[in-house]
Design a protein around this ligand. Structure first.
Ligand code: HEM
Length: 178
């Protein structure tokens, strides 16, 4: 680990940096996945008819097997729609990681000076009626059923893992966990 860090950086590595990295991974990797799962269960408990649909889909796909394997996931499009809809309505990291501008820029008519801290309010974006035309405040997994809208930072309407150079490095692990 230390060798890898030193090779990739011109700064000398020390234990503080290694500890900070592990803390980053630990905090980033536990709370966000846990929060996503809690919100999925909360949304399903509030909508028993949707819970029933997911249970039926899983039961039909996996039969009497005791647990769902990763290989079963492609056969569970409704479950995927439920996960995406939860990422939309109850986005786990609502303000992303703050950014600092490196140069002056104009955004939607607003002039932003260099070295300004900028927050991306994902919570508002994912409830914006201009982007989400059908009842944006409602939990409706059907809006994602059969849709190939990506959650991986390519469509700015839905960015539960952020986007760009600072996108969540644990995205695939997070998706697999959830
Ligand atoms: C469902 C699960 C997860 C969600 C929703 C999530 C979401 C996010 C978001 C929104 C960011 C900020 C990205 C940005 O500002 O553009 C982030 C950053 C980060 N995530 Fe995740 N994450 C998840 C799982 C994980 C896992 C499993 C790990 C590691 C094992 C992880 C490690 C990190 C780290 C280290 C950062 C900081 C990256 C940086 O500052 O450049 N995340 N995550």
């Amino acid at each position: 680990m230390q060798i890898k860090l030193e090779l990739n950086s011109n700064k000398p590595t020390n234990w503080d940096r290694v500890k900070a990295l592990f803390m980053d991974l630990f905090l980033g990797g536990t709370d966000s996945s846990a929060a996503s799962i809690v919100w999925i269960m909360t949304a399903l408990m509030k909508a028993p008819h949707i819970m029933k649909k997911v249970q039926t889909e899983i039961r039909n796909a996996v039969g009497n097997k005791a647990k769902v394997d990763e290989d079963d996931l492609p056969t569970l499009p409704y479950l995927k729609a439920v996960i995406n809809e939860t990422f939309r309505l109850y986005t786990p990291v609502p303000m992303l990681v703050p950014r600092e501008t490196t140069q002056k820029c104009v955004l939607d008519g607003y002039e932003i000076q260099p070295k300004t801290t900028v927050y991306v309010n994902v919570w508002v974006i994912t409830r914006d009626p201009e982007c989400w035309k059908t009842s944006p405040e409602e939990f409706l997994p059907e809006r994602f059923y059969g849709s190939d809208m990506p959650v991986k930072g390519k469509d700015f309407g839905l960015i539960p893992f952020g986007s760009g150079r600072r996108i969540c490095p644990g995205m695939f692990m997070g998706l697999a966990n959830v």
